[in-house]
Write a protein that binds this ligand. Structure first.
Ligand code: GAL
Length: 537
C-alpha cells in the first residue's frame, strides 16, 4: 500500500454563497391538535407567535394541517370548509395571518382523500384531495384564499379508499400539482412533498422540501429514528431544497436534553423548523431553545448545507460537520451526538473537521464561549445528549476524504426497490470506512455518484484514490467537471478494500468529481484527493 501524507491549508480564497431559499420556519397545527383544529386555535396560535417574539426571529409561517375540510360540492367540485370548525371559512384567518405580517400555509393530498380520513375517522376529509381538482383547488388556495405554502400528503395516493383503489405515480402527481400551482400566476409559493421518503432528484424541480421519514411522535425513540434515517441524506439537501425531518415535538413531553438534541440536530441538518407545541403556554426553557439565535443561524445559513457524518464512533455516538457562511472557510459548525442510553465520551481531532488549531470554540446550544482547542475537542455526553459548537480554526485544511454516502447520488430514491428501478443505495458493511458505502450505482448515466463540491486550494496535480469493495465487474469511470472520464478496472483480492488511482490537473476552486459506469459498479466506500507533490512512495 502506498502511504499518503498531506497537509494542505486553504488560506487564500473564499467562495461566495449561492442565493438560496433557507429552510421554512413557522408553526403547524398537527402535532398538538391533530384534526381537532378550529378558527380560535389557529388565530390564538398565530397571535402567540407574534406576542412571544418567535415570529420576529424567523418563524413566519402559520400552517393549517389536516382537518379543515368539509367535503366537496358534488355539482361544482368546489372544496368545502368544515363549518363547525371554521364557521367563517378560511379567508378571514388567512387575512388575519397576513395582517400579522406572516405567511399562511395549508394542507392537501395528492390523491382523493387525506390521511385524516383514514386514520382519524374524519369523514369530511373524503374526496378533498387534489386528484382531479388540481387547477380548481390551487386557484382556491392561492388566489382566492391567499395561502403562501402547501404541504401535500400522500395517503390518498396509495391507500385503497372506501370505493376506489389507487396506486398513483408519485412523480406524476407532484409534477401535475406543481404545474397547477405555477398556473395560478403566483411565483412565491412553497410546496412541501409529504411522501415520507426521499422521492428522487425530480423533487428539486417541484418542492422546497420533502419529508424524508414517516411521522414523528412525541417520543425519544421516534426522534432518534428520524435522525438515524437522515444521517446519510446530507448530499440531497442542495440549492435551497431540504430534507424535512417533520414538525417539531419540542416543548411537549420530551426531556430538556432530548428537546435540545431534537432541535439542535434539526438545525444542523437544515430541516424546516415548524413548531408543533401550544405556543400560548410555552415554558421559558422551550422559548429559549426555540429562539436560540446561534442554532437558528446554523439552520438558516446561506450555504444551505446539511451536516454530514464525520465519524460513526465505536461508542455509538456520531460527530457531524458542515460549512457555514463560506464554503471552505475557517468557520464550521460541528455536532457531537449521543443516541445511546449510556453516557459516552467523544474525542475528535480538529483535523477531522478539516481545521488547524488553535480553534476558537463557541457552544451554540448553551450560548457560551469555550476555551480554545489546540488540536482536539473532547465531549462527555449524557444519554440522548448533543453538543453543537461553531469552530473557528487558525486555518482550514483541504478536505481529503469524501465518503460515498455523503455524495449526491443521481438516481437515489426511497420509494421503490432499488434493484428493480436500478438506483444506487446506501449499504452497511463492517469493511467500509464508517460502516457505510454506496451499492448498485452505474448501468445508466444518471445512476452516478457525484461529489459536487470538491474544494481545491491551488492549481496543481491531484491524485484521486477510489476505495471500493472487491468485485469482478467491468470498468467504471471517474471524471472531473464532466470532462474526459478515466477507466478504473475493479479487481478482487480477498476481502481487502481495493484502491484505484487517477491523477487530475485541477485549478483552484470548486470541482465536481463523478463516478459512473455502463455496468453495475462495485460498492464504493470513499475517495481521497491529495496534492500529488506530497504523495510519498
Ligand atoms: C400524515 C402526515 C402528517 C399529518 C397527517 C395528517 O400523513 O405525515 O404530518 O399531516 O398525515 O392527517
Amino acid at each position: 500500500m502506498k502511504k499518503l501524507t498531506f497537509i494542505t491549508i486553504i488560506t487564500t480564497f473564499a467562495l461566495s454563497a449561492g442565493a438560496f431559499e433557507t429552510p421554512t420556519m413557522g408553526w403547524s397545527s398537527w402535532n398538538t391538535y391533530g384534526v381537532n383544529i378550529n378558527d380560535s386555535v389557529i388565530r390564538s396560535q398565530a397571535d402567540a407567535m407574534v406576542k412571544t417574539g418567535l415570529a420576529k426571529i424567523g418563524y413566519n409561517h402559520i400552517n393549517i394541517d389536516d382537518g379543515f375540510q368539509g367535503g366537496r360540492d358534488e355539482k361544482t367540485g368546489q372544496l368545502l370548509i368544515n363549518r363547525n370548525r371554521f364557521p367563517n371559512g378560511l379567508k378571514p384567518i388567512v387575512d388575519h395571518i397576513h395582517k400579522l405580517g406572516l405567511k399562511a400555509g395549508i394542507y392537501s393530498d395528492a390523491g382523493e382523500n387525506t390521511c385524516g380520513n383514514y386514520f382519524d375517522n374524519d369523514s369530511l376529509s373524503v374526496n378533498v384531495g387534489l386528484l382531479g381538482h388540481e387547477a380548481q383547488d390551487c386557484d382556491l388556495y392561492f388566489n382566492q384564499l391567499g395561502f403562501d405554502f402547501i404541504k401535500v400528503d400522500y395517503c390518498g395516493g396509495q391507500i385503497p379508499s372506501s370505493h376506489k383503489r389507487y396506486w398513483l405515480d408519485t412523480r406524476e402527481r407532484y409534477e401535475k400539482i406543481h404545474q397547477a400551482m405555477l398556473a395560478t400566476g403566483r411565483d412565491d409559493l412553497r410546496l412541501n412533498v409529504c411522501r415520507w421518503a426521499y422521492p428522487g432528484a425530480w423533487v428539486y424541480d417541484v418542492a422546497s422540501s420533502w419529508r424524508m421519514s414517516g411521522d414523528i411522535n412525541c417520543s425519544w425513540q421516534r426522534v432518534r429514528e428520524i435522525i438515524d434515517e437522515n444521517l446519510y441524506l446530507s448530499g440531497f439537501a442542495r440549492n435551497g431544497h431540504y430534507n424535512d425531518m417533520d414538525m417539531l415535538e419540542v416543548g411537549r413531553t420530551l426531556t430538556q436534553t432530548e428537546d435540545e438534541t431534537h432541535f439542535g440536530l434539526w438545525c444542523m441538518m437544515s430541516s424546516p423548523l415548524l413548531i408543533g407545541c401550544d405556543v400560548t403556554t410555552l415554558r421559558p426553557e422551550t422559548f429559549n431553545l426555540l429562539s436560540n439565535p446561534d442554532l437558528i443561524a446554523i439552520n438558516q445559513d446561506v450555504l444551505g448545507k446539511q451536516a454530514y457524518v464525520v465519524r460513526a464512533d465505536s461508542t455509538g455516538g456520531y460527530t457531524f460537520a458542515r460549512d457555514i457562511k463560506e464554503r471552505g472557510g475557517k468557520e464550521r459548525a460541528v455536532a457531537f451526538y449521543n443516541p445511546t442510553d449510556s453516557e459516552i465520551r467523544l474525542e475528535a481531532e480538529l483535523s477531522e473537521f478539516d481545521l488547524i488549531g488553535p480553534a476558537k470554540v463557541y457552544d451554540a446550544l448553551h450560548r457560551k464561549k469555550m476555551p480554545d482547542a489546540k488540536s482536539t475537542i473532547s465531549v462527555t455526553l449524557s444519554p440522548h445528549a448533543t453538543e453543537i459548537y461553531t469552530l473557528k480554526g487558525k486555518d482550514r485544511l483541504m478536505r481529503t476524504i469524501y465518503e460515498a454516502e455523503t455524495a449526491f447520488l443521481g438516481k437515489y430514491q426511497e420509494l421503490h426497490d432499488p434493484h428493480f428501478v436500478g438506483s444506487a443505495y446506501h449499504i452497511r458493511d463492517p469493511r467500509l470506512r464508517g460502516g457505510v458505502g454506496v451499492a448498485n450505482a452505474g448501468v445508466t448515466a444518471d445512476n452516478d455518484i457525484v461529489f459536487e463540491e470538491v474544494i481545491i486550494p491551488s492549481d496543481g496535480s491531484y491524485r484521486v484514490s477510489i476505495h471500493y469493495l472487491p468485485k469482478k465487474t467491468s470498468e467504471f469511470y471517474i471524471s472531473a467537471d464532466d470532462e474526459q472520464g478515466y477507466a478504473i478496472s475493479p479487481t478482487e483480492n480477498g476481502d481487502d478494500i481495493m484502491v484505484g488511482e487517477i491523477d487530475f490537473e485541477l485549478n483552484k476552486g470548486v470541482h465536481k468529481i463523478r463516478l459512473y459506469s455502463g455496468d453495475v459498479m462495485p460498492v464504493i466506500d470513499y475517495i481521497t484527493i491529495e496534492p500529488k507533490s506530497t504523495v510519498n512512495f
